[in-house]
Design a protein around this ligand. Sequence first.
Ligand code: GLA
Length: 393
Amino acid sequence: MNIPELIYTFKAHFGMQPTLFFRAPGRVNLLGEHVDYNKGSVLPAAIDRAVYLAATPNNSRIVQLYASDIGAEISFSLERLDQKKDLSGHPLPGWALYPAGVSWALQKGGMAIQGMQAVYSSDVPIGAGLSSSAAIEMVFAVAWQTLGGWAAERMTLAQLCQKAENEYVGVACGLMDQFASAHGVAGHALYFDTRSLDWEPIPLPQDTVLVVADSGVRRSLTDSAYNERRAACEKAVEILRQDLPHIQSLRDVSPAEFNKFHQNLPPTVRQRAEHIIDEIERVHSAVTALRKEDKETFGALMFAGHSSLRDLYGVSTPELDSLVEIAREQTGCIGARLTGAGFGGCTINLVEEANADDFIQGLQDGYRSNTGRRTKVYLCKASQGASVIEYRG
Ligand code: GLA
């Protein structure tokens, strides 16, 4: 939905003109999967698919929202967020927990927020591993910041959005998605150390494009499977601490130390930990490769990351594997892997721009003949992070 359409919907719904407009993007992750909750470094990029929000402050403590993609409306009070109920006393529906959770977390963080009328719409595919939830959280955070007129670091906003998702919505995600939505830089991947919170934009290779391919399989088991992976990593730290008492997370274990002490871990826990320790190394090597403009090495690391997610971390699916194998055969494919938590969702492909059309055709044809399914493909650009949109209609 573009801004004029958003204005039209806002007027139709609230009978007046919206005064402010905001945008917050989804993200892909190029490398460093399941690394954020192990405190290592990750390499996401914000994409040019985003949530758009139009708002008008209403000088009250009531938030009235219209989610135009699903045609659903909610009103809630900023005074009774703990109850997770709407103004009529009904439990907030799942989709409303995200904006309500952000208002809850911002207030917990000491930020003054106010009531508003708002309409929002997204072109980030839902449940596809492209962080549609983080984009919704971030667009509301930036809207309330602008309405409140207070200053805050982008990292603080990202952390408060993560708090909303962890404690209000109840999903135990790491910080990567909210970080990427808040900090995106056009044409760049974001090298983000999830412990020190240092980050740096790294240019993506010249004349390449990001192609996202949706396997069409949705992440129905994500929450429990995601939590199980987190628990396996924590178990590994607990056991490895017998030999390495200084470690706080898997990030603190070097590959050499892991080789020396891994025999004490149960087989599945060992595999999960091995993925994390290798994946952290892959992120560092990938950044070195990008700095040297060495696309081949970067692409090989993406393929290796996928194999590790499939064989060691157990979060791929036959459909995602098929997309990666078909991509590998196409001219101009530099690297391919699943992106996001896995268990379905999308692959990310780094492709030579000159070959992009043929690549997409080859991927679609191959996927249909291998699986009988269609893949939706999105040609994406690495984009800037969340922002206020200056719109003068
Ligand atoms: C989801 C979570 C992130 C991260 C990825 C896996 O997207 O929200 O915090 O853990 O999975 O890398």
